[in-house]
Design a protein around this ligand. Structure first.
Ligand code: GDP
Ligand code: MG
Length: 315
């Protein structure tokens, strides 16, 4: 079993050393541990520090491309170099690298395809009450969309099996953490979560400036993924709501019209017709979404085969 530990880094010279030093040298069930640093356009000494610590695998972005792209490129590199399992941890030393052994165990034992380190946010002292509630709410929404039951959907400390990486395709630029769960959940990949401790905070999160920005960005990423997998529920639901809203005044007008009193109830007719048009539109969107889904399934199947062919020789 070959394990790749990948660390996406944007100017992490202060903490990367700590991260690298705390990655275990030996893990039971793993024959080879490789460390991959993804430099997302750092302008500090990040790369030099990684080299000083003996890191041999690098993915370099000439300029900043964001965390999702960094993850994506790191995964491709790891698969290309024969990874059976990829662990992701952050360069800010937020996560306990010493627990990587526990993180990969369910995959080695073939009990899971993805393992998520649960930060047990309820107990983190430097998280404000509001942040804790938002974290729980965010995880709840993701779980609804993914049909899973995971306590910490935003945790970046994770292990992925090779198979799960064949099946997941990162699309959004932001919040790949949530997106991977929603895709994996809907593709029925087994995801488990294990409790982890977190290290004292070294710096503020740089992914978002404020919790509002975070909520907005995560919210739109979740809605997008939700529509992607549950388009029938969304557009079907809308069609029914519009049908009811439009049907009642429409029939009401019809009844009056039969009695010859139609002209006094034109508002019902106008409102009813508008709503019925809305319902028809929703049905059209449902049909389009359904056709797109067929296409996507075929494309994803192709992508999986391509990855299989592309990386086969490394296995
Ligand atoms: N903020 C940010 N982090 C990046 C980017 N690319 C890679 N990273 C790395 O992604 C990890 C998570 O970033 P961080 O700011 O700690 O966000 P947190 O997950 O909210 O704590 C760190 O290891 C960063 O170095 C980027 O474009 N922006
Ligand atoms: Mg962090």
């Amino acid at each position: 079993m070959k394990l790749f530990v990948q660390i996406p880094c944007l100017n992490e010279e202060k903490t990367l050393g700590l991260v690298l030093e705390s990655i275990p040298k030996k893990i039971s069930g793993i024959d080879q541990i490789e460390i991959l640093v993804i430099d997302d356009g750092s302008s500090d000494q990040t790369i030099q520090i990684a080299k000083d610590h003996g890191v041999r695998h690098f993915v370099k972005h000439q300029r900043n491309m964001g965390l999702a792209r960094s993850f994506h490129d790191g995964v491709n590199y790891a698969l290309k170099h024969g990874a059976d399992i990829v662990v992701n941890t952050d360069g800010d030393n937020q996560y306990p690298q010493a627990m990587i052994g526990e993180l990969v165990k369910p995959i080695i034992d073939q009990r899971a395809e993805i393992v998520i380190g649960d930060r047990q946010t309820a107990e983190i002292s430097h998280f404000s009450g509001f942040k804790k509630i938002m974290q729980r709410f965010g995880s709840w929404v993701v779980n609804q969309a993914a049909q899973t039951d995971l306590p910490d959907a935003a945790s970046g400390f994770r292990a992925y099996s090779r198979y799960s990486l064949y099946r997941i395709n990162i699309i959004t630029e932001f919040s790949y953490c949530m997106e991977t769960i929603i895709q994996a959940g809907n593709k029925r990949l087994k995801i488990v979560s294990i409790p982890i401790s977190t290290n004292p905070k070294t710096r503020e999160s740089r992914l978002f400036n404020s919790i509002w920005q975070h909520m907005f960005k995560s919210g739109s990423a979740i809605v997008r993924s939700y529509i992607m997998f549950h388009s029938k529920k969304v557009f079907g639901g809308l069609a029914i709501i519009f049908l009811i809203l439009g049907g009642i005044p429409f029939i009401r007008y019809g009844l009056f019209a039969i009695q010859g009193e139609g002209s006094g109830h034109l508002q019902s007719l106008v409102f009813g017709s508008t709503m019925l048009v809305g319902s028809l539109l929703s049905i059209s969107l449902l049909i389009i979404a359904d056709m797109l889904q067929t296409n996507r399934t075929l494309l994803e199947d192709q992508l999986e085969r391509i990855k299989d062919l592309q990386y086969k020789d490394q296995k």
